[in-house]
Design a protein around this ligand. Structure first.
Ligand SMILES: Cc1cc2nc3c(=O)[nH]c(=O)nc-3n(C[C@H](O)[C@H](O)[C@H](O)COP(=O)(O)O)c2cc1C
Length: 296
C-alpha cells in the first residue's frame, strides 16, 4: 500500500503521542493496530525545550516538546527489541538535520531488522531549523531522495501545515521517491498569559494539535490528494469513527491518531471496531473504495 509496506488495517498511532508503546500496553491490545510510529528520534540525544512544554487550549493542545529523545543508537538498542514483538508494523520516525545525517541514519538502519518503514519528520515546529525541509519543495525532494538512495525500506514524509502550498511540498517528496505522505504535523501557535505578559509555553511558540486542527488537516489532505499519486496518511484531530471516515473520503488511505491517545487511549480500537458498519453505510467493502471520493 505504501511502497512495500502493507498494513493489516488503516489505523495507526502518531509519533510523539504514544510514547514507545510500552506505556500503552496495559490499556489496549497493541497487535490490533495497523501500525505504531514511536516518538521521533534524532541522530544525537536531545534534551528538548524548557518547561512548561504543554498547555491546553480550546479544543486543542499546544506543545513545545522540542524533540526530546535519547538518540537513534539508544532507540535501536533499547526500544526497538520490544516494539518488534508487538505484532504490528513499526514505522520509525526520524528527523535528520541535513543530507549528511540522512546517510548516517541510512547506515544505522541497514544494520537492524524489525523496522517496517521510516517516516521522515521534516515538519517539527518546535526545534530551530526543524522545518526548513517542509517549507521548500526542492529541499524536501533533496532530503527525501538522499535518504531513499541509502535505505531499502518504504519511506513516508511527514509534512507541516505551516506553509503556503502543501501540495507543492508533497510533490517534492513524491519526486524524491517517497512512498507516502503523512499530513499533518502540528500548526504553529501561541498561548498567552496577558497578566504576566508572557507566553504560557517555556519556549514561546508551540504546535497546536487535537480537534481544533481537524479542518486544517482535512484541507491539507485534500490539497495533497489533488497534487500527488502516492497515498496519504491523514493526521489531525482524529478521535472518532466520523473523524476517520471524513479523512478517508477526503483522500487519506490510512489515518494516525495523535492527541486523542492522551484523553481517550482506546480511540484507535473504537475506530477499528466501528469501521465495518461505517463502510457498510456507504455500501463499501473496504477503505480503498472510498478514498478521495469527496465531491470537491
Ligand atoms: C505532545 C506531542 C508530541 C509530538 N511529537 C511528535 C514527534 O516527535 N514527531 C512527529 O512527527 N510528530 C509529533 N507530534 C505531532 C503528532 O504526531 C501529530 O502530527 C499532530 O499532533 C496532529 O495530530 P493530532 O491532532 O491527532 O494530535 C506531537 C504531537 C504532540 C501533541
Amino acid at each position: 500500500m505504501f511502497g512495500s509496506l502493507i498494513l493489516k488495517n488503516p489505523v495507526l498511532t502518531a509519533s510523539g503521542t504514544f510514547g514507545y508503546a510500552v506505556e500503552m500496553a496495559g490499556v489496549l491490545d497493541l497487535s490490533r493496530l495497523g501500525g505504531i510510529i514511536p516518538k521521533t528520534v534524532t541522530l544525537n540525544p536531545r534534551p528538548g525545550n524548557v518547561p512548561p512544554r504543554t498547555v491546553e487550549t480550546a479544543s486543542g493542545l499546544l506543545n513545545s516538546i522540542g524533540l526530546d529523545n535519547d538518540g537513534i543508537d539508544e532507540f535501536l538498542c533499547n526500544k526497538l527489541p520490544y516494539l518488534k514483538t508487538l505484532g504490528t508494523k513499526i514505522i520509525i520516525s526520524i528527523a535528520p538535520k541535513n543530507t549528511e545525517e540522512c546517510l548516517i541514519f541510512g547506515e544505522k538502519l541497514g544494520l537492524v531488522t524489525g523496522i517496517d518503514a521510516v517516516e521522515i519528520n521534516v515538519s517539527c515546529p518546535n526545534v530551530s531549523g526543524g522545518i526548513d525541509f517542509a517549507t521548500d519543495p526542492k529541499l524536501c525532494e533533496k532530503i527525501v531522495s538522499t535518504f531513499c538512495r541509502v535505505v531499502s525500506l518504504p519511506v513516508l514524509v511527514k509534512l507541516s501545515p505551516n506553509v503556503s502550498n502543501i501540495g507543492e511540498v508533497a510533490r517534492g517528496a513524491e519526486q524524491g521517491g517517497a512512498n507516502g505522505i503523512s499530513a499533518i504535523n502540528t500548526c504553529l501557535g501561541l498561548s498567552v498569559d496577558w497578566r504576566k505578559r508572557c507566553p504560557r509555553l517555556g519556549n514561546g511558540f508551540g504546535g497546536l494539535s487535537g480537534p481544533a486542527i481537524k479542518p486544517i488537516a482535512l484541507r491539507c489532505v485534500r490539497q495533497i490528494f489533488k497534487s500527488v499519486k502516492i497515498p496519504i496518511l491523514g493526521i489531525g484531530g482524529i478521535e472518532t469513527i466520523d473523524d476517520a471516515m471524513e479523512f478517508f473520503v477526503t483522500g487519506a488511505s490510512a489515518i494516525q491518531i495523535g492527541t486523542a491517545n492522551f484523553y481517550n487511549p482506546t480511540a484507535t480500537i473504537q475506530i477499528l471496531d466501528a469501521l465495518p458498519n461505517a463502510l457498510n453505510e456507504l455500501g463499501a467493502n473496504n477503505v480503498a473504495e472510498i478514498v478521495g471520493t469527496l465531491d470537491l
